[in-house]
Write a protein that binds this ligand. Structure first.
Ligand code: CA
Ligand code: CA
Ligand code: CA
Length: 342
């Protein structure tokens, strides 16, 4: 078991990175055309430049993180290295673990900021395929005697032990995850991203080459206690990308719950469902309000204090709160929606 942290992303249901990630990527965009993705309609596209979006860990500094991304390079990695994903200690501004590629299509791990990061080890050449999606996962501890394991398409390609992933003067951990694109003029893409606070033993928490599916509501469920701007409640929250103030539901009453029906559209029936993440896109128009996810009548664990700008609030469900068991296909259609909590 693990805890989704808070995070998985399909890049299929929105187009403004700052709505869902804590820091938007200055050199990347969300492409919803269906032409760049691995799963669904969307992917994160780097047309030029390298810096992608960052997500902060709500739990703060973690001494170990497991993360995975489907990465598509249009060509070989740069010289001396191209970053793919990175774990930061943001308070000291240090890059603790950098998963990178070489021009030989090897994976190489660095710790530390440019221009002089420490090289911790590299895989055999050719573990990445140019011009196709590669599912890259890392299980890394952050300490002066750390372990880093990297898998590509479910196969371990690099295991490092006793390496130093804690930059001098930094905290013993990471509190931020970032995606990167290839340097120079190369196009590259990411899709199907997850980040975990792992519980299983090192090397045992990988989810594998997952697909992340985004679904929007298809019908009203019960209760419906929020007020629709117009029309039916579910129709106000089913747009891709979200349409802001054009259509929404609202409430100023603590305890009011809205529920909408979600199908598992696109998910193959034989799939193992590892996590469900409920994403609420909301703001407060005046004063102070908090909301939480409500799944079929069960209030989610986190109260989100709203701000004056639309933000996507993410609640992970490792198990179905109605059954207490891991999710199965028969759990869908399932009901989710917002609850006013303060
Ligand atoms: Ca996608
Ligand atoms: Ca609509
Ligand atoms: Ca809307």
């Amino acid at each position: 078991m693990s805890v989704l942290l808070p995070f998985c992303d399909s890049f299929d249901h929105y187009d403004q990175q700052g709505d869902k990630w804590d820091v938007a990527g200055p050199n990347s965009s969300i492409n919803l055309s269906g032409t760049a993705s691995r799963t669904g309609i969307g992917a994160l596209l780097f047309a030029s430049g390298v810096e992608g979006p960052k997500i902060n860990f709500a739990a703060g500094i973690l001494s170990r993180v497991v993360a995975g991304t489907a990465f598509y390079p249009d060509g070989a990695g740069g010289v001396p290295k191209s970053n793919i994903m990175m774990l930061w200690d943001s308070t000291t501004n240090n890059q603790q673990v950098r998963v990178c590629a070489l021009a030989t299509n090897a994976i190489i791990i660095f710790s530390g900021n440019d221009p002089f990061p420490s090289q911790l080890g590299q895989s055999a050449p050719g573990v990445l395929d140019a011009n196709s999606y590669n599912y890259i996962e890392v299980d890394a501890t952050i300490s002066h005697s750390a372990t880093v394991i990297v898998r590509v398409n479910g196969v371990v390609v690099l295991t490092l032990t006793g390496v130093d992933t804690q930059v001098a003067g930094s905290n013993p951990g990471a509190d931020q995850f970032q995606l990167w694109g290839y340097g120079g003029a190369s196009v590259s893409r990411h899709d199907d991203v997850y980040v975990l606070d792992p519980v299983a033993a090192i090397g045992d928490a990988f989810l594998g080459a997952v697909n992340v599916y985004a679904v929007t509501p298809t019908a009203n469920a019960a209760p419906l206690q929020w007020t629709p701007l117009s029309g039916q409640n579910f129709e106000n929250v089913d747009e891709i990308p979200p349409d802001g103030d054009t259509s929404y539901n609202f409430s100023n009453t603590v305890g009011q719950v809205d529920q909408y029906v979600y199908n598992s559209t696109g998910v193959p029936t034989s799939s193992q469902i590892q996590f469900v993440q409920h994403t609420l896109d909301a703001k407060v128009d005046s004063g102070s309000r908090s909301i939480a996810s409500n799944a079929g009548g069960v209030t989610g664990g986190t109260d989100f204090v709203l701000t004056s700008g639309y933000t996507m609030y993410k609640t992970p469900y490792e198990t179905n709160p109605l059954t207490g068991d891991p999710w199965v296909g028969a759990d869908f259609p399932a009901d989710f929606g917002p609850e006013v909590t303060a």
